[in-house]
Design a protein around this ligand. Sequence first.
Ligand code: HEC
Ligand code: HEC
Ligand code: HEC
Ligand code: HEC
Ligand code: HEC
Ligand code: HEC
Ligand code: HEC
Ligand code: HEC
Ligand code: HEC
Ligand code: HEC
Length: 394
Amino acid sequence: MPCEERRPGFVVRILVLLLIGQICCFAGIAEALTILAPGSNRMVVNNRRPFVHMVIRSSGKGEVGHIIVKKETGRGEERLINPLGSWRGNGNNYFLHYILALKSGVNIFIVEPGERRIRIRYRPLTTLLNYNLAASSAYRFHRRGKVPLTCSGCHLRSSLGGHAVPGKERLKCENFSPGCYSCHRRLVDAGRWRHSPSSNLYCLGCHEGRKGRNDIVVTRGRVDDTCLLCHVNGRRWKKMGHVHGPVGIGDCTVCHDPHGARYKYQLWADGKAALCVACHADKKKLVSNTPLGFHVHGIVKGGGCTICHSPHATENAFQLLEPINKLCVGCHVTMKGIIVGHPVGGHPVQGPRDPRRPGRKFSCTSCHNPHGSDYAYLLIGDLLGGHVCSKCHH
Ligand code: HEC
Ligand code: HEC
Ligand code: HEC
Ligand code: HEC
Ligand code: HEC
Ligand code: HEC
Ligand code: HEC
Ligand code: HEC
Ligand code: HEC
Ligand code: HEC
C-alpha cells in the first residue's frame, strides 16, 4: 500500500523533525530533495487553467518537514504555499504535492532548502489550438509521451481518487482512463457544466496515444474532427453557406472546454452574449457600459446575441437564424407580410438593390442597425431633418 497517507502523531512528528533536523544540518539536506514536476527552472506555461502542480521527492521523512515552497509576491514579500499532502512511496521516499497558482506574466517560486528558484511565465489561453506545444520553451509534462515511472508507481497502479486503476505501468489506449483523473481531477471537477465523456473518464477517447509511442497528445489535427466523431449533427455546419470564423477553422475549444466549464454548454463565459463580445469587442457597449444616448436594440440585453445568430453556422449571411427580414418580422409581427409601405407609403423594405451597400439586397438593415444606434428607432441616421432619408435620396 505505498500510496496511503501516513501521518505520525503530532508529538512523534515534532520529535522526529527535531532529531533529523539536527542530522541534516550536517548532512546537507539540499541533496535529499528532487523537484520532479515542473520539469525545469525556467519555463513558459500556456494554459487555460491558472496553475500547475509541483511534486517534490524527499528521501526521508525528516526532510519533509524542512521543505518550504514560497511564492514571491513582489516588493520582496513571499507567501508560503501549503502542500496538498505528502505520501510515502517506495523505500524511504516521500512525495510532496503542491498547487502553484499562476498569475498572468512572470511568477517566481522558491523551494527551500537550497533556495531553488523556479520562474514560470504564464499566459492564459482559451484554446491550445494555435499554440505550438512542441516548442522547447513550453512546459509539457507528458513531453516524453507518458507518465514517468516515478509517478505511475502510485498513480496508475493503485486506486486513487476512488477509481480502480488497471495495473499497468505504461498507459495503453484504453478509453476508460481513471489514472488520468487521479492527477487531473481539478480539470474535470472544477466546471459546473461537465462534459459527459470527461466526467466519465473517457480521456483517451480524445487524447489518443499515437501508435507505438504511448504518447499523450492534446489533439491530432483539427479539434472538430474529434468533436464531430460524436456530435454528428455538427458535421453539416461545415457544409453550410455561412460558417462562423472559429468553427470554419475547426476550433471548437476556443469556446467550449471539452472537460467542463463554468457556463452552460461548457463555455468559459455566458454563451448568450458575454462570450461573443469577448471577441467582438466593438459590440461590448451593447451589453455593458452603454454610452449615454446610445440606443440598444431592446432585445439584446434579454435575448443576447444568439437569439439572432447561430454560434456555429447557418445558410444565412452573418449566421443569422433566418434571412434578415424574416428574422425581424418574427418579433415585429405587425410588419409581417409587408414588402412595401414602411416607413412611408409605397416604400420598399425588400427587393431592390441597396443603394448604400453595393452588392447587397434591400432589407430592414438598410435603414436600421440591428444592434443599436445613436439615433432613435435604431436608424442609421437622424430622422429629424431627413438625414436618414438623404443617406440614399439626394
Ligand atoms: C502522475 C500524474 C499524471 C497522470 C497520471 C497524468 N497526468 Fe497529464 N499532466 C500531469 C501534470 C503534472 C501536467 C502538467 C500540468 C500541471 O502541472 O497541472 C500534465 C499535463 C497534461 C496535459 C497538457 C500537455 C502537457 O503535456 O503538459 C495533457 C493533455 C495531459 N496531461 C493529459 C493526460 C492524460 C490524457 C492522462 C491519462 C492518460 C494523464 N494526463 C495522466 C500529470 C499527470
Ligand atoms: C507515493 C505515491 C505518489 C507518488 C509517487 C506520486 N503521487 Fe501524486 N498523488 C498521490 C496521492 C495519494 C494523491 C491524492 C489522490 C487523491 O486525493 O485522490 C496524489 C495527487 C496528485 C495530483 C492531484 C492533486 C490535486 O488534487 O490537484 C497530481 C497532479 C499528482 N498527484 C501528480 C503527481 C506527479 C506528477 C507525480 C510524479 C512526479 C506524482 N504525483 C507521484 C500519490 C503519489
Ligand atoms: C471530448 C474530448 C476530450 C476528452 C473526453 C478529454 N479531453 Fe482533455 N483536451 C481535449 C482537447 C481538444 C484539448 C485541447 C483544448 C484546447 O484547445 O484548449 C484538451 C486539453 C487537455 C489538457 C491541457 C489543457 C487544459 O485544459 O488544461 C489536459 C491536462 C487534458 N486535456 C486532460 C484530460 C483528462 C485528464 C481527461 C479525462 C478526465 C480529458 N482530458 C478528457 C479534449 C478532450
Ligand atoms: C466520445 C463522444 C464525444 C466526443 C468526442 C465529444 N462529445 Fe460532446 N458530448 C458527448 C455526450 C455523450 C454529451 C452529453 C449529451 C447530452 O447530454 O445531450 C456531450 C455534450 C456536449 C455539449 C453539451 C450539449 C448539450 O446539449 O448540453 C457540448 C457543448 C459538447 N458536448 C461539445 C463538445 C466538443 C466541443 C467536443 C470536442 C472537443 C466534444 N463535445 C466531443 C459526447 C462527446
Ligand atoms: C464562437 C463560440 C463557439 C464555437 C467556436 C463553437 N461553439 Fe458550440 N456552442 C456555442 C454556444 C454559444 C452554444 C449555445 C447555443 C445556444 O445557446 O443556442 C453552443 C452549443 C453547442 C452544442 C449544444 C447545442 C447544439 O447546438 O447542439 C454543441 C453540441 C456544440 N456547441 C458543439 C460544438 C462543436 C462540435 C464545435 C466545433 C465544430 C463548436 N460547438 C464550436 C459556441 C460555440
Ligand atoms: C473566439 C473568438 C470569437 C468568439 C467567442 C465569437 N466570435 Fe464571432 N467571429 C470570430 C471570428 C474570428 C470571425 C470571422 C471574422 C472575419 O471573417 O472577418 C467571426 C465572425 C462573426 C460574424 C460574421 C461577421 C461578418 O462580418 O461576416 C458574426 C455575425 C459573429 N461572429 C457573431 C458571433 C456571435 C453571435 C458570437 C457568440 C455566440 C461570437 N461571434 C463569438 C470570432 C469569435
Ligand atoms: C435582433 C437580432 C440581432 C441580435 C440580437 C444581434 N445581432 Fe448581430 N446582426 C444582426 C443582423 C441582422 C446582422 C446583419 C447586419 C447587416 O445586414 O448589415 C448582424 C450582423 C452582425 C455582425 C457583422 C456585422 C457587424 O455589425 O459587425 C456581427 C459581428 C454581429 N452581428 C455580432 C453580434 C453580437 C456580438 C451580438 C450580441 C451582442 C449580436 N450580433 C446581436 C442581428 C442581430
Ligand atoms: C427576438 C425578437 C426581436 C427580433 C428578432 C427583432 N427585434 Fe426589434 N425589438 C425587439 C424588442 C423586444 C424591442 C424593444 C421594444 C420596445 O422597446 O418597445 C425591439 C425594438 C426595435 C426597434 C425600436 C422600436 C422603438 O420604438 O424604438 C426597432 C426599430 C426594431 N426593433 C427593429 C428591428 C429590426 C430591423 C430587426 C431585424 C434586424 C429586429 N428588430 C429584430 C425584438 C426583436
Ligand atoms: C427605408 C428605411 C427603412 C426600412 C427599409 C425599414 N424601416 Fe423601420 N423605420 C424606418 C423609419 C424612418 C422609422 C421611424 C418611425 C416611422 O417613421 O415610422 C422606422 C420605424 C420602425 C419601427 C419602430 C416604429 C414602429 O412602427 O413600431 C420598427 C419596429 C421598424 N421600423 C421595423 C422595421 C422592420 C422590421 C423592417 C424590415 C421589414 C424595417 N423597419 C425596414 C425606416 C425603415
Ligand atoms: C437605405 C436607402 C434608403 C433610405 C435610407 C431611404 N430610402 Fe426611400 N427608397 C430607397 C429605395 C431603394 C427606393 C426604391 C427606389 C426604386 O425602386 O427605384 C426608395 C423609394 C422611396 C420612395 C418612392 C416610393 C414609391 O412609392 O415608389 C419614397 C417616397 C422614399 N423612398 C422616401 C424615403 C424617405 C422619406 C426616407 C426617409 C424616411 C427614405 N426614403 C429613406 C432607398 C432608401
